[in-house]
Write a protein that binds this ligand. Structure first.
Ligand code: RP5
Length: 162
């Protein structure tokens, strides 16, 4: 089980590392690369064309500003592509979000929230869990622990769960 993460710039790394760590927590093999749709377009094409041969099953593409990386990769590969819009300095990430999510019919990019790196990773795990039962087990445990945490916090607050 393998996820390839690609980001447009080294400046995306502080956000993207959260997706890498979440995937590792689930025991998923991760490859991460810096490839720009604009600055290294040939490499972006080579990367997208080689994904299936290198064993990748899901792609997470992360970029900010005019964030075309996820769309370019989704235009080349048949693998599911999750788009992670990175918050930019000038428009709070709305530019990135719209660039990632507004794909033409026939070329979907499953877009998560601005800077939603953990959710990008969890969505990738959910896709992989269709094929790998051990990941489904981990997701059930993950959901239970989230629920337990909220119930505990509610109890501590003196809420109805008491
Ligand atoms: C995008 O442009 C990158 O994904 C990054 O979020 C944004 C800015 O890149 P830098 O100018 O910081 O390298 O391609």
């Amino acid at each position: 089980m393998k996820v390839s993460i690609v980001m447009g710039s080294t400046s995306d790394k502080d956000i993207v590392i959260k997706a890498v760590n979440t995937l590792k927590d689930f025991g998923v093999e991760v490859e991460w690369r810096i490839i720009s749709a604009h600055r290294t377009p040939d490499e972006a094409h080579r990367f997208a064309k080689g994904l299936i041969d290198n064993g990748t099953e899901v792609v997470i593409a992360c970029a900010g500003k005019a964030a075309h990386l996820a769309g370019v990769i989704a235009g080349i590969t048949i693998l599911p592509v999750i788009g992670l819009p990175i918050k930019s300095s000038t428009m709070d990430g709305l530019d990135s979000l719209l660039s990632v999510v507004q794909m033409p019919t026939g070329v979907p990019v499953a877009t998560v929230a601005i800077n939603g790196a953990e959710n990008a990773a969890i969505l990738a795990v959910q896709i992989l869990a269709i094929k790998y039962p051990q990941l489904a087990e981990k997701l059930f445990a993950f959901k239970s622990s989230m629920a337990e945490k909220i119930l505990r916090e509610d109890r501590e607050l003196g809420g109805a769960a008491n």
